[in-house]
Design a protein around this ligand. Structure first.
Ligand SMILES: CC(C)(COP(=O)(O)OP(=O)(O)OC[C@H]1O[C@@H](n2cnc3c(N)ncnc32)[C@H](O)[C@@H]1OP(=O)(O)O)[C@@H](O)C(=O)NCCC(=O)NCCS
Length: 206
């Protein structure tokens, strides 16, 4: 999979996708500062005014096997604008918990879906065939992102949260996206990101 090449989202903005690494502390903290209270709550299922040192350490402690992070950068500024990560379950090595976060002003451009798709492809390469996810029951946006990858099964429902599991599709990155990423890597050019129907999306009208 070709990562690092610029990709054009459906509204025309350009992003770069790469694996996370242990030197991403500043990137992570700057991104967290820009995340709304609502998005923080949705991601961590609790009020999260700041990230503790221990949490930051855990979030950047990726080994690219049991714990992987896929980071999206604004291709123009280099700022971090989104991240998806999986952490393998200790007692079920074929399953990993996945979570996606996109900065609020980047929502609804297809970035969450792209990050989950790329993370699914990475997970598959490391022998993970299922994702689990825990989210607020009201988080329709995240459920939609999961469902865009494949069929989702609700395995537990609490008062305000829902836990899902889903098989990661064999293909991982869809053939259309894979082709676009390959083309982008070869020529280092920005390519439009296709919509779910495989057709390039026009930029939404203001
Ligand atoms: C969930 C989240 C990652 C989605 O990111 P995103 O980049 O906006 O996702 P996409 O643009 O790929 O949207 C995917 C689909 O979700 C739905 N969706 C996204 N935002 C929506 C909104 N505000 N209202 C209604 N539907 C929405 C749509 O169906 C959308 O598909 P479409 O725009 O092609 O119709 C983002 O909202 C987020 O970071 N939320 C806070 C953190 C969080 O909740 N994480 C989940 C923890 S498991």
């Amino acid at each position: 999979m070709a990562l690092g090449a610029p990709i054009v989202l459906r509204d025309g903005s350009r992003v770069r996708i790469r694996q996370g690494h242990s030197s991403d502390k500043e990137l992570l903290l700057r991104g967290f500062e820009r995340l709304s209270d609502e998005s923080r709550y949705r991601r961590f299922l609790a009020p999260m005014p700041e990230l503790s040192e221990a949490m930051v350490r855990d979030l950047i402690d990726v080994d690219h096997h049991d714990h992987e992070a896929i980071v999206a950068l604004n291709a123009e500024t280099g700022e971090g604008i989104g991240v998806a990560r999986y952490v393998r379950h200790a007692n079920r090595p074929d399953t990993a918990e996945v979570a996606v976060t996109v900065l609020d002003d980047w929502h609804r451009r297809g970035l969450g879906t792209l990050l989950l798709e790329v993370t699914g492809a990475r997970a598959r390469k490391e022998g993970i065939t299922n994702f689990s996810g825990l989210m607020l029951a009201s988080n329709r946006e995240m459920m939609d992102v999961f469902e865009s990858l494949g069929p989702v099964r609700v395995v537990d429902r609490e008062l305000s949260t829902v836990e899902i599991e889903m098989p990661i599709p064999e293909v991982g990155v869809s053939p259309g996206l894979r082709k676009l990423l390959r083309v982008a890597a070869r020529h280092d050019v920005a390519v439009p990101l296709a919509g779910r129907d495989g057709m390039p999306r026009p930029a939404p009208r203001a």
